[in-house]
Design a protein around this ligand. Sequence first.
Ligand code: ATP
Ligand code: MG
Length: 238
Amino acid sequence: MLSARDVSVQFGGLRAVDKVSLDVMRGEIVGLIGPNGAGKTTFFQAVSGFVKTTSGEVRFCGERIDGVAPERICRLGLTRTFQIVEVFPSLTVRETLTAAALVRLPLAEARRIAVSTAELVRLGGKLDLTCRQLTLPDQKALEIGKAMATQPRMILLDEVMAGLRPSETDEVVRLIRDLRDRGITFLVVEHNMDVIMGLSDRIAVMGTGRKIVEGRPDDVVRDPKVIEIYLGAEFELA
Ligand SMILES: Nc1ncnc2c1ncn2[C@@H]1O[C@H](COP(=O)(O)OP(=O)(O)OP(=O)(O)O)[C@@H](O)[C@H]1O
Ligand SMILES: [Mg+2]
């Protein structure tokens, strides 16, 4: 579904993403992990059209999308969430989801989709609360809802679980699995190893701009290179 080939992103003298290739198949949940500053968010930005790739090629469902504007990529069915929750505090859940659905749909239909999307992400009873009235887990659900309201085929999730307690994390994990069962494909950046191990069919690891390892979760956590650059010796002993 998504195919990145030798994608690089240069910020002045810094090569934040260095020839990264990654494929995600339809219906998969792929994890993308690595230390702070490894280039995970920048890779998402490049794939979703928010920053320009310096070189390489990105295809979504066979179509070239590098250099294509984010709104157009979104209309093709690839959407992303932001690492920092981005909501307008004074808008209601209904208004927020309607605004997201407008990327694709006329107003009347967008309003209808807002309601069904709220149900889907378990905010059905909170349609008329403002974003500032939501708890953090509900804000995360809304973040996923905003992505779902654009009726995507694939979602890039950037640390959507950050700041949640374990029980709250479990709920978001269930939601993601649920959406996958409904046919959505996911590429997920997450620092919580338990979460990413449990959720992912496959994991890719980035270190300073490069993809260093890719494989099944069990193999990836045992890989000496991954332990060295990311997990540390503690994890090896654990
Ligand atoms: N717009 C930008 N301009 C210049 N440098 C940037 C920009 N965005 C990111 N960088 C740099 O690119 C590198 C990769 O950053 P990025 O945010 O992609 O890392 P990350 O893997 O998402 O890290 P984290 O786990 O902390 O979110 C870092 O050195 C960062 O400082
Ligand atoms: Mg990041």
